[in-house]
Design a protein around this ligand. Structure first.
Ligand code: UD1
Ligand code: MG
Length: 435
């Protein structure tokens, strides 16, 4: 059974006290809405995701960037009204509804609730969870024989219902036709005029089989409505990601290591204290990062060593070492067995194999061949106006404290003495050019 997912995310999130749509607030530098869409799309039972957007919809749509089909709810009249905006779009026999403010939901939970729904042949399956502090959540009301009867929103609860700790997570798996039929029967709340999707539990319960999956993972299924809930969720997510990597055989120092949700780390890698990995980053076997390092949107092949340095939008070849105190960034590709010293900046530069870059070197917009070495204090000056590219060949030796003008070509096997100023091309002594 492959089904469509529907994420309700049209609200502003007024309780966050911010002009940014709630779904765009970030957890570990990733917008909340993408945590949910990614968890859904990782499920082998979900075919496609739809998202209902409203408040600052263009902004959210740009972030979603075609991962899901965006639908529009112009006026936020409640979650039932939001669901109706998907009627023409969703085609699968069953659908799963998710809320745009549950960033810690996991693919495993999604798979489980869909599976139970299918095996039990329910018309509607509600995912509930026990929250120690159920304040603000809809409560699950059961009858004497423990069957779910309805969900009562926090604002409508009697004092006795307020004490119920089993709450609605907002996740429903439901037969498509029954969903839209029931949703159209939802009446506006007398308290605030909103149409609540939770009312379909009572509506469908009268004629068809409604069941509950009761989860025990309160953290994964918490809603994020306030800034303090956001901070708590981010902290929990951070811990969860680190725990997962430790379980997979990554060695992680106990203090101040932060790993983004989209980071892949091979077993046997080591992250030392104060290391931050973010974006779509991939860390190979036996890599050691840290202490005090930050790696963003980069690939580190096996046996790489990064010490007290910042690596962004970069590929480091196997057995390469960087740092301490270096900055390698902006689409730089370093070959295997390179040694990049300390206080080095490399920007938009590529190197071949076995290159040695001494301390205090600055290389911008350059291509460096294999087996080349550049001694300390040498600068390749960038020309931001003409964006010319500097090329240094294979087996080149450039001495200390040289200044190389942007755009020059230095041929294979050239030897440049300490303190030289190079402002024109130097052909290879063997007759091999680089251009
Ligand atoms: C909702 C549930 C509540 C549940 C809780 C779990 C309803 C009515 N209530 O309450 O039972 O315990 O989540 O966290 O569903 N949205 C729209 N259009 C609207 C209104 C809301 O798309 O007109 C979206 C919001 O952007 C949000 C989601 O629906 O992503 C839930 O809305 P929210 O206001 O956070 O509902 P809660 O009060 O948290
Ligand atoms: Mg909420």
């Amino acid at each position: 059974m492959i089904i469509d997912a529907l994420v309700l995310a049209a609200g502003k999130g007024s309780r966050m006290q911010s002009e940014t749509p709630k779904t765009l607030v970030q957890l570990l530098n990733k917008p909340m809405i993408l945590h949910i869409i990614d968890a859904a799309l990782k499920s082998r039972m979900i075919n496609h995701a739809y998202v209902v957007l409203g408040y600052k919809r263009e902004m959210v749509e740009a972030v979603i960037n075609h991962k899901a089909t965006c639908l529009v709810q112009t006026e936020q009249r409640g979650t039932a009204d939001a669901v109706l905006k998907a009627e023409g779009a969703m085609k699968s026999d069953d659908v799963i509804i998710l809320l745009g403010d549950m960033p810690l939901i996991t693919t495993a939970i999604i798979d489980h609730v869909i599976e139970v729904h299918r095996n039990q042949k329910h018309t509607l399956t509600v995912l509930s969870v026990d929250q120690e502090d159920p304040d603000g959540y809809g409560r699950v009301i059961r009858d004497a024989s423990n069957h779910v009867v309805k969900i009562v929103e926090d604002r409508d609860c009697t004092p006795q219902q307020k004490r119920i700790t089993e709450v609605n997570t907002g996740v429903f798996v439901v037969k498509r036709d029954a969903l839209f039929e029931a949703t159209k029967q939802v009446k506006p709340s007398k308290k605030n005029g909103e149409y609540s999707i939770t009312d379909i539990v009572e509506i469908l319960g009268k004629t068809s089989k409604v069941g509950v999956v009761r989860s025990s993972d309160a953290d994964a299924l918490s809603g994020v409505n306030t800034v303090s809930q956001l901070l708590a969720a981010e902290l929990r997510l951070k811990e969860r990601i680190v725990e997962e990597h430790i379980k997979n055989g990554v060695n992680i120092a106990p203090n101040h290591v932060s790993i983004g949700a989209d980071v892949f780390i091979e077993r046997g890698a080591t992250l030392l204290a104060n290391t931050r990995l973010g974006g779509n980053t991939s860390i190979g076997k036996n890599v050691v990062v840290g202490p005090d390092a930050s790696v963003e949107q980069s690939t580190l092949h096996s046996h790489v060593r990064v010490i007290r340095s910042v690596i962004r939008h970069t590929v480091l070849g196997e057995h390469t070492s960087v740092g301490p105190f270096s900055y390698v960034h902006d689409h730089t590709t370093i070959g295997p067995y390179n040694k990049i010293g300390n206080f080095v900046e490399m920007r938009s530069t590529s190197t071949g194999a076995k290159v040695r870059i001494g301390n205090h070197v600055r290389l911008l917009d350059s291509t460096i061949g294999s087996h080349t070495s550049i001694e300390e204090g040498t600068l390749v000056i960038s020309d931001t106006k003409t964006l010319t590219h500097t090329v240094i060949g294979n087996h080149v030796k450039i001495g200390a404290h040289c200044v190389i003008k942007a755009g020059v070509h230095i041929g294979d096997g050239v030897y440049v003495e300490d303190g030289s100023r190079i402002d024109m091309d130097i052909p290879s002594p063997n007759g091999n050019g680089t251009s």
